[in-house]
Design a protein around this ligand. Structure first.
Ligand SMILES: [Zn+2]
Length: 401
């Protein structure tokens, strides 16, 4: 299975599937179809049924059950790579029997001080970039892991399993595509995104998320005649920001601590704008963060006379609440990881996932690891033995008596 996973992975990472911000269509880039079409062929070659590619670039397929189980489990991974760093012309570099030392690529070094886990991977097979692009392990490792599981079942027909539905999706990195996921057609009791990092992860808590836009209309007048008249919108914007707690910033928070993050600001005397993202695992606490914004707006409006407008928009929700109502997906994964002799790790995700959105839409979908490391940049790499462990975990999850 290991060699097959490597073969799939190397094939997929070489295909450019960068997504693009600020596009109104799904997929955001048509080149994602290039990988989707190959995946359709690979699924058909393995004998999956109902294999289809939709106009919005979702690949679906089904491996019918060979047991009496009525359970239907879904596995999902995304095809796109981040818009912010090149995923064009990826040249994967396979290191067999890694020596545990610094890894020199063309123009960068994966050094054991910065990446302190590297020595623990001594003897393993690593796949790195050539230093100039992302690798795309996020999330083509997830795709290869799912394909590895399917390949195993097809080649070991005596191993009993439930119905398995798979989907490879576009545009995870820019968000929003899951609203077009065919939950009904996917017809699964629950699903997993295979899109994390460490192979023994099972994640089912993420942020509740909102955004806040603050707009300030100043009073612009010649500075020579400004006494008691001018209201400088830029200064009011700074005042607004200074009233938010400094401790609630991303650079001062971790674990379950939420934050308000100033992502963008612009300002002149007459008009200024601040954009924030608000995050918290606890929805009550997120509401209280929103209230801080409202209180500051009201205070400044009283002080200067209705010059501040505030727009708060909810973005996504913590999946934990819904998952806990039917947590078979979590218990099944934890049991599978333990049964293989690994130690399951659950950490709160300090972000969102496609699965969080699917959970909100009615399909419970926690997140599993992939065996990838350092995603979203040229240091990205994957460990083949850990990818194989993920495939084994997927097999254990979907196996039946
Ligand atoms: Zn990802």
């Amino acid at each position: 299975m290991k060699n097959k996973i490597l073969e799939y992975f190397l094939k997929y990472v070489k295909i450019d599937t960068m997504s693009k911000e600020d596009e109104t269509t799904v997929p955001s880039t048509s080149k994602q179809f290039n990988l989707a079409k190959i995946l359709v062929e690979d699924l058909k070659e393995l004998g999956l049924v109902d294999v289809r590619l939709t106009d919005n670039c979702f690949v679906y397929g089904r491996l019918p059950k060979n047991s009496d189980s009525n359970l239907k489990i879904g596995f999902i991974a995304h095809m796109d790579t981040i818009p912010g760093f090149s995923g064009t012309n990826v040249k994967p570099n396979v290191i067999y029997n890694y020596d545990g030392e610094n890894i020199k690529l063309n123009n960068i070094t994966l050094d054991t001080n910065t990446f302190s886990y590297l020595p623990s991977l001594k003897g393993k097979t690593l796949i790195t970039t050539d230093g100039t692009t992302v690798l795309g392990a996020d999330d083509k490792a997830g795709i290869a892991n799912i394909m590895g599981m399917l390949w195993y079942y097809v080649n070991n027909p005596d191993v009993k399993h439930c119905e398995i539905n798979v989907s490879f999706s576009p545009d995870e990195e820019i968000g929003g595509a899951m609203d077009q996921f065919d939950i009904k057609g996917f017809n699964s009791d629950f699903a997993y995104t295979v899109d994390g990092l460490r192979f023994n992860e099972i994640e089912y808590e993420n942020f509740n998320a909102a955004s806040a836009k603050v707009e300030i209309k100043g009073f612009d007048i010649h500075p020579g005649d400004a006494k008691d008249k001018m209201i400088n919108a830029s200064r009011v914007a700074m005042e607004f920001d200074s009233m938010l707690s400094e401790f609630d910033r991303p650079e001062h928070t971790e674990g379950y601590e939420g934050f308000n993050h100033l992502t963008d600001m612009s300002g002149e005397v007459g008009y200024a704008k601040l954009s924030y993202i608000l995050r918290n695992h606890d929805k009550e606490k997120l509401e209280s963060q929103k209230n801080d914004f409202i209180n500051i707006k009201d205070f400044l409006n009283k002080k200067y006379g209705n010059i501040v407008t505030l727009t708060i928009t909810d973005s996504y929700k913590n999946m934990k609440e819904k998952i806990m109502k039917d947590n078979r997906c979590v218990t099944r994964a934890i049991e599978a990881i333990k049964k293989l002799g690994f130690n399951p790790v659950s950490k709160p995700i300090r972000g969102g996932t496609d699965g969080a959105r699917l959970t909100e839409l009615g399909l419970n979908t926690p997140n599993l690891g992939t065996g990838g490391y350092n995603c979203h940049g040229p240091y990205e790499m994957a460990c083949l033995e850990e990818m194989e462990n993920v495939s084994k975990i997927l097999i254990e999850i979907s196996k039946t008596e």
